[in-house]
Design a protein around this ligand. Sequence first.
Ligand code: 5GP
Length: 233
Amino acid sequence: MKKIYEGKAKILYVYDNDETKLVTYFKDDATAFNGQKKGTIMQKGEFNNAISASLFKLLKSKGIESHFIEKLSEREMLVHHLKMLPVEFIVRNYTAGSLAKKMGVEEGIKLISPVVEMCFKSDELGDPFINDTYIKAFDLAKPEEVEEAKKIALAVNEILKDFFDKNGLMLVDYKLEFGVLNGKVLLADEITPDTMRLWDKVTLEKVDKDRFRRDLGGVEEAYKRVYDITSSI
Ligand code: 5GP
């Protein structure tokens, strides 16, 4: 299969000479702080492929469409080939990470209402914060596509918050990416402990990539816990 992109955690191939579909291959490689910290998380590729597939299925059952078509193997997922928006959408329910730093507050404060942030997807620039006027001024996406993506991002929040809450975890924050297919905005990329912060509801223990970022140990166990929870979907 023709490789069209290799990122930090995934490789994208064109599926069987059919340019309308891609195969996403999930790697065990892990990076943090814009590539400054590098490592491997054993079985991460398998866990993240399965977790993403299950969560895309859960969202579909609640009316949210994504690029996901089917899981092909332990590490491979078949997806629709979208025209990606060069924007990351971050939704937050509690303070953590860069928001806690930016606002000068501790982590774990429950927000009165969810915060939605947008970042320009650029490794060289470190995914800088942008807003609707940047998107319009630099023609990064159509205003109506951005509105639709934000609406979907918040609908995803309700579904995932509820799902993880029922399974003993708090959905602290997450990053989503979107693409366009035949004029429709669809959820894309992945939804995994690489892209979400999940905390144990009782102990507040981190069950996500922050264990790798912050050298907390128990990294594989955290991914396995999310894998076990989502495999019931
Ligand atoms: P923060 O802005 O606090 O670093 O991240 C907020 C949330 O978005 C976290 O759940 C984090 O995992 C996710 N996130 C933000 N940017 C990226 C990114 O470039 N890559 C990945 N994997 N996750 C990101």
